[in-house]
Design a binder for this molecule. Structure first.
Ligand code: COA
Length: 260
């Protein structure tokens, strides 16, 4: 699929989605949002995709958020109705059973940080600057930020960030659990790809169920989450890959997963 505002490449089971508007720090316009919906919907349906990496083109930004130039365009009522109906690309990301790793260099602001929050694991370069800066423009995060940030870093820190619109650096982001790793800026993408490739080597059905157990389980009371884990763990006992994993261990060889 050819896109105008993003790139999507698949190598060895790892899809790399690159926000590709470096002149405006990968700000997200309507075209990019539409392309991200189509891209993630397609990746979610593709069994050849075992893991996904999301990154920004250029050296300065993951994404500086919504394209502010579109804020001053005349508002057309029909667009509001269309927006209400449209599937947000972060919902399309939630529909991806595969793990999604964000490689964050430079700015991840507003919708850019919300995109990173919709990923499963975040790797930041030392130059990363993260913030939900919407309040500075008299708006609030509308791409899941008010919901995903407090679930990740707690209510107080999330409110501090959302109410002040302040940016935090990579070290602080690591300290509060907003990112999982901080690496030299030029190595963020390489680390994310290495992690995604390592994940992509695992048995496909086990990978999907592991993510489902954690992500869906977090939305449930503990008893419901344990039920879900038990159901998925039991279902995995029916796979051919489970037998292959045990046989490969006993034969002292690398397993050959079939995804069945
Ligand atoms: N929307 C549209 N264009 C943006 C943008 C955005 N969110 N963020 C940056 N750009 C553009 C700038 O207008 C500039 O374009 P120009 O070269 O045509 O003037 C280019 O990207 C480079 O940005 P610039 O502001 O010159 O870089 P800087 O290093 O001085 O500042 C930021 C970087 C990220 C601090 C600053 O651009 C910024 O605050 N951007 C807005 C971030 C934001 O509020 N996002 C949330 C939106 S809800």
């Amino acid at each position: 699929m050819v896109y105008e505002t993003i790139r999507c490449e698949l190598t060895d089971g790892v899809a790399t989605v690159t926000l590709d508007r470096p002149d405006v720090l990968n700000a997200m316009n309507q075209a990019m949002r539409g392309e991200l919906v189509r891209c993630f919907a397609g990746l979610g349906d593709d069994d050849d995709v075992r893991a996904i990496v999301v990154t920004g083109a250029g050296e300065r930004a993951f994404s500086a958020g919504a394209d502010i130039r579109e804020f001053v365009e005349p508002q057309i009522p029909v667009r509001f109705r269309a927006q209400r109906r449209r599937l947000d690309f972060r919902q399309a990301m939630d529909g991806c059973a595969q793990p999604i790793v964000a490689a964050i260099r430079g700015y991840a602001l507003g919708g850019g940080l919300e995109l990173a929050l919709a990923c499963d694991i975040r790797i930041a370069g030392e130059d990363a600057q993260l913030g939900l800066t919407e309040i500075n423009l008299a708006i609030i995060p509308g791409g899941g930020g008010t919901q995903r940030l407090p679930r990740l870093v707690g209510r107080g820190k999330a409110l501090e960030m959302i109410l002040t619109g302040a940016r935090i650096g990579a070290a602080e982001a690591l300290r509060i659990g907003l990112v999982e790793r901080v690496v030299p800026a030029t190595e963020a993408l390489a680390h994310a790809l290495e992690l995604a490739r390592a994940i992509a080597q695992k048995a496909p059905v086990a990978l999907r169920y592991a993510k489902e157990a954690v992500v869906k389980g977090l939305e449930l009371p503990l008893a419901g989450g344990l039920r879900l884990e038990n159901d998925l763990a039991t279902l995995l006992r029916t796979t051919e890959d489970r037998l292959e994993g045990a046989r490969a261990f006993l034969d002292k060889r690398k397993p050959r997963w079939t995804g069945r």
